[in-house]
Design a protein. Structure first.
Length: 71
């Protein structure tokens, strides 16, 4: 029974060693994605909100100008 447990732990160690580079890669990828979200996505979101507000403002000016011409 102890031999089976020793063999099991040995197999687990081998699996953990094989997964180690993958775990390091996923943690680095997760960290880089977190940094990307914290910096670029917030800037992109702010820019898109700003752009939409200006487009709505320009559209309201155009609509007002067209209504003014009809009257």
């Amino acid at each position: 029974m102890e031999e089976m447990e020793g063999l099991f732990h040995h197999q687990v160690d081998i699996i953990e060693r094989r997964k180690a580079p993958f775990n390091k890669l996923t943690s680095e990828l997760r960290l880089s994605l977190k940094n990307f979200w914290n910096q670029n996505w917030l800037k992109l979101l702010f820019f898109l909100c700003w752009l939409v507000s200006w487009l709505l403002f320009a559209n309201s000016i155009i609509v007002t100008a067209k209504k003014g011409k009809k009257i």
